[in-house]
Design a protein around this ligand. Structure first.
Ligand SMILES: [Fe+2]
Length: 486
């Protein structure tokens, strides 16, 4: 029997027999989530024994004051990384399938390096590093910290072993717990926001661990599975509907006390022309219609750079689709599986999303358009805690608002990733976190089925280059209100 932790649902969750899908679905529908539900596979008909309900640490403030709360959160996030890495062997954890992806072992070490570098070396005078080589090996892109191992060569690092990386994590965890408990008040004032940043940074890498191992497994003809296949809903995606927004001057961006990355602010005014937003994500079935209509072969549908990418890479379907005996299958974290036509399409680039929208006679949303709808909703959806690790059909149970705004896939917007008015990167190494990437990328919103619960929010701005497809990205359509009435 294997234990499994889900984030789920509401006060109805008690020890007893539930299906995993019951738990996930009730969470998805916006019930308040009181905590982590620990369940144990019961083996019969996909039902599970709920063995306990644990309290999940609250969402962090940007400037955490309560040391016990921060310590709880620290333990939870660090534990989640190890839980997600646990199904992967030491051999799995070494592989780097392309320069944009990193080995699992490197992710586990790098997030540890972040705490060691930004907190322990910076604030704890008597801290003695476990190994000085790690400063070079596990720096990602921080020029202010110094030279680093080349990113495309992370897969060459057979040493330190996975076991040594675990020892490194334990060593830094011990030092961090001591620091959180005993740092003097002035030091705590300065360091606490950086610890909050480090925890959200680690959650970003948790998502990348799953994203990157899927890419590695895709290149193995055995189509390995990270986890066993789990059934999801048999819902039929509801008919696409449209939600109108009157437009006008609106404020977007973060200005609260809860944690947000620097690129989410300052809050500022933007003008939105009247527009409409689709009620759900574009499905695999709809994407097949685009393919059947020769969407990948019609230059008039594509941006010039997108059409060049089609030619250069030979794109004819989403990244992980394979045709076997005339049927399209898709590589997933549960191996090669049949494609659910009702579930949202995933692993498409910005260029593909844009071409699909043009084929459909619509367009991609601007990030401000997405945000004014998203902020009216609870941040619930098909995140990593659902245990599916793939997209699931919309249910049609929320007739008054767009569905799937959070979870399932990151949604490409047509907004370039640029600084908001008044944005200034902070001083020092952490100033390099987001600001220096504000060129030639596009904003994605919402979070995906591999995103940790509590990590995303309505103002969250993810960003990737327009040809990238290995991320869990999909499509929601938008339209101008002076367009043809759908
Ligand atoms: Fe990082």
């Amino acid at each position: 029997m294997s234990g499994l932790v889900l984030l789920a649902s509401d006060r109805r969750v008690r020890a007893g027999i539930w299906t995993k899908f019951d738990l996930w679905l009730s969470h998805r529908h916006g019930f308040k989530c009181p905590g982590k539900v620990v369940i144990r596979d019961a083996g019969a008909k996909g039902r599970c024994a709920v063995t306990s309900v644990e309290s999940e640490p609250a969402i962090l403030d940007a400037h955490p004051r309560d040391r016990d709360q921060l310590l709880d959160h620290f333990n939870w996030v660090r534990g989640e990384t190890e839980r997600l890495a646990a199904p992967l062997s030491a051999e799995d954890q070494v592989i780097q399938s392309m320069p944009d992806a990193s080995p699992t072992k490197w992710h586990r070490a790098h997030v540890t390096w972040f705490f060691e570098t930004m907190i322990l070396r910076a604030f704890k005078a008597d801290y003695i590093p476990l190994d000085e080589h790690y400063r070079f090996l596990f720096n990602s892109y921080y020029d202010a910290v110094g030279a680093r191992h080349p990113r495309p060569e992370r897969g060459l690092l057979t040493r330190p072993s996975a076991a040594k990386v675990k020892a490194y994590r334990d060593y830094v965890d011990g030092a961090m717990r001591g620091f959180i408990g005993h740092a003097d008040a002035d030091t705590w004032e300065e360091a606490a926001p950086l610890i909050a940043l480090g925890l959200h940074h680690e959650q970003q890498h948790q998502e990348l661990m799953l994203t990157d191992i899927l890419h590695a497994f895709f290149h193995n003809s055995m189509a390995p599975a990270y986890q066993a296949y789990r059934s999801s809903s048999a819902y039929k995606a509801p008919e696409l509907r449209w939600f109108d927004y009157h437009g006008g001057l609106v404020e977007i961006g973060h200005d609260g006390t809860e944690f947000a990355f620097d690129n989410e602010g300052p809050r500022h005014s933007v003008h939105l022309a009247p527009f409409r937003l689709a009620s759900r994500l574009v499905t695999n079935g709809e994407w097949k219609e685009f393919m059947t209509d020769h969407g990948y072969g019609r230059p008039e549908l594509w941006l010039s750079d997108g059409w060049a990418a089609v030619g250069e890479h030979g794109w004819e379907s989403p990244l992980y689709w394979r045709q076997v005996d005339g049927e399209w299958l898709a590589m997933s974290l549960s191996g090669l599986q049949q494609i659910n036509d009702q579930a949202p399409v995933c692993h498409v680039s910005f260029y593909e999303a844009d071409a699909y929208a043009r084929w459909a006679g619509k367009r991609l949303p601007r990030e401000g358009e997405w945000e004014v709808f998203a902020r009216e909703q609870p941040v619930t959806g098909n995140f990593v805690g659902s245990g599916l690790l793939r997209t699931a059909p919309a249910t049609g149970d929320a007739p008054d608002r767009p569905e799937q705004m959070f979870g399932d896939v990151w949604e490409w917007t047509q907004s370039p990733y640029a600084p908001y008015p008044g944005f200034k990167a902070g001083p020092g190494a952490v100033g390099e976190y987001n600001g220096k990437f504000m060129a030639n990328q596009f904003v994605l919103r919402g979070g995906a089925c591999v995103t940790p619960e509590g990590h995303t929010r309505a103002t969250y701005r993810n960003f990737f280059y327009p040809a990238m497809r290995w991320i869990f990205a999909g499509v929601r359509l938008a339209d101008d209100q002076d367009g043809e009435t759908p």
